[in-house]
Structure formats: C-alpha cells, structure tokens
Write a protein that binds this ligand. Structure first.
Ligand SMILES: NC(=O)c1ccc[n+]([C@@H]2O[C@H](COP(=O)([O-])OP(=O)(O)OC[C@H]3O[C@@H](n4cnc5c(N)ncnc54)[C@H](O)[C@@H]3O)[C@@H](O)[C@H]2O)c1
Length: 349
C-alpha cells in the first residue's frame, strides 16, 4: 500500500475544519500543515499536531505537500491555487472556483499547461442521491425534460455576516450559495442557453444581493426557474431538505428541485419519481409515485476520497476548473441579466 497522501490545509475556518474532520477518518491521507494568517489558525494547527504557516509560499517550500485543500475566502481562491499549481501541488479548491471568469480562465490555463489537476468543491455532485438523479435523467425515464423548478430559500442568522468578507464584493448569495444550485442544474439538466434575472438586497441592504429570481432556458429546450433568498423563514433549500449537513435541522418532506418531463417527474432530495402506468393517459389517470433508493454517504467525504485519487493521478476530477468555470459563466450571465434587464447567455470559457 502507498504512503498516506500528505495534504496541506489552506484556510482553516468553518469549511476548512469540516474537510479536516473528514480527512481524519481516512487511512490514505494525512494533514501535513495548516496555512492561514487568521488569529485562530495557529492554535488549530497545534491541536492537529502539524506545522503552522501564515505564509503560503513558505509553507509550499518548507512542507512540500503532495496535495492541498484551499478553503479561504472566495477572492483568494485563484491566487492560492495558482501558487499551488506552480509548486506542482494538486488542489481541492472550494467553490466558487474564482470570483470572475477572467481569473478562472487563468486557473484553467495554468492547470492544463502544468498538468496539475484542480478539483473544485461542488461537493453535492458527489452525493449518492444526486448520482441517482443523474442516472435517472440520463436513462431518459423523464422523457423530454420540460420544466425545472429550483428553490433555495432559507434564513441565515445575522451573526453569519459578522465576518467581514461575507458582506463584501466577491461573496453574496449568488456566489456563495446559488452557485451550488446552478452547478447541479447544469449537471442534471444540461447547459443553459440564456437567462433573465432580478436580484434584490432589500432585506439586509448590503452591497451583495440577498434575494434573486432567475429564469433559465436550457440548450435542450427545457425551461426553468430558480428563486433564492438567504433572509426568509422558509424550509425550501438543499441545506434544509437534504440532511447532508447535521448542523441544519432537516425538513424531510420539503423539496428543493422539481424536474418534469413528458414521461415523468422527479423531486429532489426525496427522489420521488412520478409517472403514469401507461403512455397516453394524462391527468384523469392516477399518477404513480415511485420512490428511488440510493445509498447514504457523506458527500464531503466522498469528494475527499475522489480528490485523493485525483491527486495520485488515478482519475480525472469530477468537477474540473473548466467545468466549474462554466458554472461561474452562468452565474455571471445572471448578474449581467439582473444589472441590464436583458436576456444574457453564459460566456464561453
Ligand atoms: N462547499 C460548501 O458547501 C461550502 C460551505 C461553506 C463555505 N464554503 C467555501 O469555503 C470557503 C471558506 O468559507 P468559510 O465559511 O469556511 O469561511 P471562514 O471565514 O470561516 O474561513 C476562511 C478562513 O480563511 C482564512 N484566511 C484568510 N486569508 C487567508 C489567506 N491569505 N490564506 C489562507 N487562509 C486565509 C481565514 O483566517 C479563515 O480562517 C469559501 O470559499 C466558501 O465559499 C463552501
């Protein structure tokens, strides 16, 4: 058996520590350093019994990690990943891949030219229930996918915004949260041709939006809507419905995505598949509900196990920098549509 992969953690805040918890339960990887200039990170490194660094370059030179997890603020993602790539270190980069498409293009080019893989942390794609939904859609069980309804409506506590970067440009609900939903919509329903959108900061009044309504036209002809808000007392979101993270009390019955096609429909995360017993029946016949099963497993742990294989060169990343760049291009089209009141198409990457 090969030696455990030596992984450095760059950014040891809420998300970085979650990655560390999953890392601890794996045999084939170990934490080798913590790099984070923040006031709590040195103590965390001591608790983990690994060397502490405030400076990324110094950490890369002295520790020579075999891989790195980057979970620092969004605006630092690309520059941190570029430093790792230059040192030949494969990266698990938290989402969003970057805060604008131009910098993500630079990341894609660096990863390709140096042959150093980047896996972007759109971890929901690793969730077995999404894998099952993807399989069902790919099998054609829904017929022609026609309408897509996505909901991300919940309430963040005011204290969430005590951390300054979460209020500033480069954060915001679209880049921090809806990017997950947009990534899944691309993954499950296909690429988006164009969008129309409205955004509002009417609840919190920060520079970033707290609410959004988006209309989507997919390249396969399906039409969709995504409504989101982080300031409403509502149960409809992946976080509350999926049970993926126990810190959010679960709303087992509430869906967050409803996908309807000419032969059937699917609610997520319940994985209820609806269809008629025979073709050519319609609304006077009973619609059958067929629950789909899938194994339960931690998406973040599965993502980390996949990353270890990526870093060892055994598999290609499930979500490459270019793929995540296409999700960011969709997000930028939404921002542009909201700013101009026009329909906008995602840019090519
Ligand atoms: N995949 C998910 O579901 C998910 C969930 C939450 C957050 N995230 C992402 O994880 C990232 C971190 O979010 P968070 O909520 O943990 O934020 P956080 O503020 O809790 O943690 C960020 C950490 O980065 C550190 N940091 C600041 N500058 C740094 C630098 N130059 N180098 C290294 N570290 C630095 C901070 O000191 C802090 O400890 C964000 O990109 C966010 O979008 C992903």
């Amino acid at each position: 058996m090969s030696h455990p992969l030596r992984i450095a953690l760059i950014g040891a805040g809420v998300m970085g520590r979650q990655h560390f918890q999953h890392l601890q339960s794996l045999d084939d990887a170990v934490l080798c350093a913590v790099c984070d200039p923040g006031p709590l990170a040195a103590e965390f490194a001591r608790e983990c019994a690994v060397p502490y660094f405030a400076d990324l370059q110094l950490m890369l030179e002295q520790v020579k990690p075999q891989a790195a997890i980057i979970a620092n603020p969004n605006g630092l993602h690309v520059r941190s990943a570029l430093a790792c790539i230059a040192a030949g270190v494969p990266v698990l980069l938290e989402k969003p891949a970057g805060v604008n498409l131009d910098e993500v293009r630079e990341l894609v080019a660096a990863s390709a030219s140096r042959g150093v893989p980047v896996l972007v942390g759109h971890h929901r794609r690793h969730n077995p229930l999404i894998a099952r939904a993807h399989e069902l859609l790919a099998s054609g069980a829904l017929g022609r996918l026609t309408t897509v309804t996505a909901l991300w409506q919940l309430q963040k506590a005011d204290s969430y915004f005590d951390i300054p970067w979460r209020r500033e440009a480069g954060a915001g609900m679209l880049l921090t949260n809806l990017i997950h939903d947009l990534d899944l919509l691309r993954y499950l329903c296909g690429e988006v041709r164009q969008v129309q959108a409205f955004t509002s900061n009417g609840i919190r009044g920060f520079a970033n939006e707290d609410s959004a309504a988006v209309l989507l036209q997919f390249e396969n002809g399906a039409l969709g809507s995504l409504t989101g808000s982080d300031g409403v007392a509502a149960p409809w979101s992946w976080e509350l419905a999926s049970g993926e993270n126990p810190v959010y009390p679960r709303q087992t019955e509430q869906p967050c995505y409803l996908l309807a096609g000419t032969q059937g429909a699917l609610s997520i995360p319940q994985l209820k598949f609806w269809h008629y017993a025979a073709a050519d029946t319609g609304w006077h016949a009973p619609l059958l509900e067929e629950p789909q099963s899938c194994r339960r497993d931690e998406a973040l742990s599965l993502q980390l196990q996949h990353f270890i294989q990526v870093a060892r060169g055994q598999v290609q990343p499930l979500v490459s920098a270019a793929d995540a760049g296409r999700t960011l291009a969709l997000l930028e089209a939404i921002q542009q549509a909201a700013a101009t009141g026009r329909s906008c198409a995602p840019a090519l990457i």
